[in-house]
Structures are given as C-alpha cells and as structure tokens.
Design a protein around this ligand. Structure first.
Ligand code: NZQ
Ligand code: ZN
Length: 392
C-alpha cells in the first residue's frame, strides 16, 4: 500500500425530505446565496419551490443563475463569477447533478481567482480560497456532491478539462433518493456506468497489498449493479435508489482509491468524446470501458481475474486466466446492454473522422508534448486510437 492523505470533509445529509432542511443547514454560512441549476427538471418536479421556500423560511436571500447544460460550459461560469461579485454572494447552492455542481465549483473558484479561471483547468495549480459550494443532488452519477473535481467544457476550444483540488469539495450536500424518481432511464443508465467507472479507475491498479480498498471497491460495484437492475424494474424503488445514491458518493469521495495508484485512462478518453460530440459522460464510458479492459488486462492479469471472480461471479479454472477475464468483461458488456447503454461509438453518433485527433488530445500529443495516460497500463496516442478503433 502507498502512503496517502485522505481529506474528504463534505457533510452529507442523506434521506427523505433532506432538501427541505437546506435553509437551516446553510444559515450558519450564508445570508445571500447564488441558486444555480440546470434546464427544466427542478421546476417541473416542484423541487425549485421547496428549495426557495426553505431558503425564505431561514431568511436567506438568493439570486438565480439557471441554464447549466450537461457538459457544463465555460461561458456560463464566467457569467456566474460576474454575478457573484456584483451581488456579494456568500455561497453557491447547486441544485442538480454533476454538471450544475461542477459549474458551481468553477464559479466559486473563479470569484476569488485573480485571472481567467480556465487557466486552472488541466493543471494542479493551487488556489488560496473559493466561495463555498453546497448541493442538493438530483442524480446519482458524477459523485461531484463530495468529490474534489470540477469538469468544464470550453466550447470555443472544444476542450473538456478537470480541475482537482481538495479545497473545492462541497461544504455540504443534501441527498434525497426520492428526487431521483423523475430521472429518465437513459440518465439512470449513464449514471450507473459513471459510478462504476469511478470505482474501476481506482480498482485496476498495480499496487499490491490493498485488501481493504479492493474489498470496498468490489462491494461498491456489486451494490451498483444489483440496485441498478432493481431500479430499472421499478423507477420508484426508494431503497434501491438509496443504495445507488450512497454508493455513488462512496465511489467518488476518494476513500476507495486511498493507498493505491489509480488509472483514469477511460475518463481521459471519454472527456474527448464529450468535448466534441456532447455525449452523456456515462454513455461514453460504457462504450470505452470494456474495450479498455480487453486492451489492458495482460499487463496485470491477476487484477482482472480477481475482478471477474469477485465482482462478476465468474467460475472456472485458474489455469486459464484469459478465459476468466474475458468472461468477466463479457458479463460487464451484458450488464451495460441490459441497462440500455450503447456499445459502440457509432451508436453515440461518433464517426471515424476525428478519432486520431481525439487520441492526440487525450495524450497531449496534439499540443506537442505527449504524456501517456493510465496507471495500470500506459497509453500513448496510438494506443488510445487502437481502443477507439475497436469500438467504432
Ligand atoms: O438540466 P436539467 O433539466 O436539470 O436536466 C438534467 C440533465 O439534462 C437531468 N436531470 C438531473 N436530475 C434530474 C434530471 N431529470 C429529471 N429528474 C431529475 N431528478 O439529467 C441530465 C444530466 O444531468 P448532469 O448533471 O449532466 O448529469 P451527471 O450528474 O451525470 O453529470 C455529468 C457531468 O459531470 C462530469 C461529467 O464529465 C459531466 O460533465 N463529471 C464530474 C465529476 C466530478 N466533478 O467529480 C467526475 C465525473 O467523472 C464526471 O466527469
Ligand atoms: Zn465520471
């Protein structure tokens, strides 16, 4: 096991009705908040009315910035920064999913950043402070409600980059699984693929003696798959949504990756798809992940045998590890298919013409200094292109 520093201070207030406590929860921290949300879903579900009532009851003033799109745009972030400065906002309340929360984090950082906030994305540069962010989560997927990341799309440059820093973890998040009942099926499916990927990116490692986190990863993956199928059968199944919501937070608050080298190649390859084609992040991951597994597993076959046996329930002879691994990957593909997820880039509307460009951007070869991606197996642009090609 490697040395680690685990700092994940987000308070998570979980369960039925917790969104109605938001005013009381924020009262010690804010007199005036920016209420940040996406398209129509929060108004349609009545959540907007409950949130604003709770703020009013607690005497918290608010100004609004709506219109966050999936794959949140830098232009709206700039608008939010100007608004917060003009209105003397104390805190940003993000009501929505990963896109709204990531946009809120970018605004919060930008308010105190002396320069263009975009300069930070794709770098490890430090910040001194930010405007705090609180969240009311409406979709279990990105894990941004307690993660240290914010992923923003620069629409002009067709780049989607993340900024990761423990200082940008939300102050608190209210998670009520009942709010997930209104999600369309394709968002459930994409969310599950994303949450599983957050575990995979940490699980597949060359670090040894990681029994505790191996086990945490495996149980998180099994919880996600079991409850995804339950919710698929009944979109109002509170208990199954509750397990998905909790697992989604655990998958990405950092804990299950402590002490182990992490991978993140699939996320890097997927962000190139979203940046150009505006696809749902989880749907892109569902296409790429099994292909990455087939491409990478020979670099650490034991890790993939463990996955096949402990997570996918494969039985067979250890004298034929390839067969075990390939059966595990095939079962994962079958699970994604059952969830209605795509298996090829063409199903996502992605043609062949820009695959090389995306492979070169993912590895920074396009910018003159190639940096291979991936922890378990290092991928150069040609490897990334090979993976894209296998699923075109
Ligand atoms: O805009 P509205 O109308 O609210 O509709 C949203 C949106 O269209 C809808 N939705 C959300 N909650 C709903 C609902 N519809 C009905 N009922 C509800 N309760 O769902 C759509 C997708 O929302 P979005 O926020 O984009 O989804 P998600 O949470 O999957 O976030 C995806 C973004 O997060 C980034 C992704 O790259 C992507 O940009 N990620 C952020 C991470 C982080 N900050 O740590 C890590 C992840 O790996 C990921 O990269
Ligand atoms: Zn993700």
């Amino acid at each position: 096991m490697q040395n680690f520093d685990f700092y994940s201070p987000t308070r998570v207030v979980f369960g039925r009705g917790t969104e109605n406590q938001i005013g009381e929860l924020l009262k010690p921290y804010a007199k005036k908040v920016l209420l940040h949300y996406g398209g129509g879903s929060v108004k349609k579900s009545g959540l907007y009315d409950r949130i604003t009532a709770s703020l009013q009851e607690s005497g918290i003033a608010f100004v609004e910035l709506s219109g966050v799109k999936p794959n949140p745009r830098l232009s709206l972030v700039y608008e939010g920064i100007a608004l917060c400065r003009r209105e003397n906002i104390d805190l940003i309340l993000a009501v929505g999913g990963g896109s709204v929360i990531d946009s809120a984090k970018a605004i919060g950082v930008g308010v105190f950043y002396d320069g263009d906030v975009w300069e930070l994305y794709g770098t490890a540069r430090e910040i001194e402070r930010m405007l705090p962010v609180a969240t009311v989560l409406t979709i279990p997927a990105a894990g941004s409600e307690s993660s240290n990341g914010s992923v923003i799309t620069n629409e002009e440059k067709q780049l989607k980059l993340s900024y990761d820093n423990d200082k940008i973890r939300p102050l608190l998040s209210a998670v009520n699984p009942e709010l997930f009942f209104t999600l369309p099926r394709e968002q459930l499916a994409a969310g599950v693929a994303d949450m599983m990927s957050h575990v995979f990116e940490r699980y597949f490692t060359n670090t040894t003696h990681t029994d505790l986190t191996d086990g945490l990863c495996e149980v998180t993956l099994k919880t996600l798959m079991k409850n995804a199928l339950l919710v698929s059968g009944d979109m109002q199944n509170y208990d199954a949504w509750a397990d998905l919501g909790f697992a989604g937070t655990v998958a990405h608050n950092g804990l299950v990756g402590m002490g182990r080298a992490q991978d993140w190649a699939c996320h890097r390859m997927e962000h190139e798809l979203s940046a150009i084609y505006d696809v749902a992040h989880g749907a892109g991951l569902a296409v790429l992940t099994p292909a990455w597994m087939e491409y990478a597993y020979r670099d650490n076959v034991n890790m993939f045998v463990q996955f096949a046996v402990n997570v996918m329930g494969v039985e067979g002879s250890y004298r034929d590890p390839d067969a075990l691994v390939l059966e595990g990957i095939s079962r994962l593909r079958e699970f994604f298919r059952k969830m209605g997820l795509p298996a090829t880039l063409s199903e996502l509307g992605i043609g062949e013409d820009r695959l090389e460009e995306m492979a070169k951007k993912a590895t920074k070869a396009a910018f003159g200094a190639e940096q291979p991606i991936g922890g378990l197996k290092k991928l150069y642009w040609q490897d990334v292109l090979n993976i894209y090609e296998t699923v075109k």
